[in-house]
Design a protein around this ligand. Sequence first.
Ligand code: PHE
Length: 333
Amino acid sequence: IKEESLTLIQSGLTRDELQELKVKVMGKKGSLTALLKQLGSLSSEERPLVGQIINEVRASLEQAWDEKMKELEEQALLKRLEEEFLDITLPGIMMPRGHQHPLTKVIEEIEDIFIGMGFQIAEGPEIETDYYNFEALNLPKDHPARDMQDTFFITEEILLRTQTSPVQIRTMEKLCPGLPVKIIAPGKVFRNDDDATHSPMFHQVEGLLVDRGVRMSDLKGILLTFSRQMFGEDRQIRLRPSFFPFTEPSAEVDVSCMLCGGKGCKLCKGTGWIEILGAGMVHPKVLEAGGYDSVQVTGFAFGMGVERIAMLKYGIEDMRLLFDNDLRFLAQF
Ligand code: PHE
């Protein structure tokens, strides 16, 4: 057994074959083990002698196995090291990194500008009641101006807010009688509209300043500062008379065209002006709905469409691009 096993061990077996051989000889049913089992049938003089021989054979075979195994393992390791050669001078593979959506960027930029002027950020629910979205904003149930906003109704009293203006009321209710109320409220709004310049879901940023002695010139100053920080230092603004039920007087605010090549200008269609938001002095009824005394305090409010601001800033022609989530588009910002 010894001679045969030793020859086999040196005969270039693989590690698996070597393991198999070990089991065949020294395993439970191995040939050497079988001899050990027969010891009992020997006489008491022969038993220790034969036992000793078997043990010696076992020891020398084990040693030979261990040495061979170690040798094979070292060879295997060397081979692996050679095969797995790693060129640490190769440039790495860059993980593609995402970034903020252009709309999020614009919202944060708007927030930063107004925080810089002492405004705080307020929020309100996207699912609103008729009261906050219309009624408290001086739009009673039969008011024709309700038709201007194609409302998604959930029930007769509950709807998807069509504007961020309800946050005006909610904020005043919360802060009253505290002064000043000086907030902007960014968020999603919903209207049943869908084309290149309208999306059923879009974003607005509402602004509200209520205090003693707030005047329309304060509104102009704040909006001029905003426009210059957003669109460039040499921008001008102009206010055109308009109508909103919740402001009186009301205005539509234009910013001077930032691309203007005169008559053929694509952005402002040659007018030199681009509408960016609606604004006005808070209607006394709205101040009262918020809990304030409309004799003691005055305020201004404004509301802008974020998509529109983003489209103007980046020269995007179709609003739907902002919602398609096509990386070829988004990666440009
Ligand atoms: N809520 C108005 C709109 O969605 C905008 C606006 C807000 C106008 C605040 C005046 C004051 O069109």
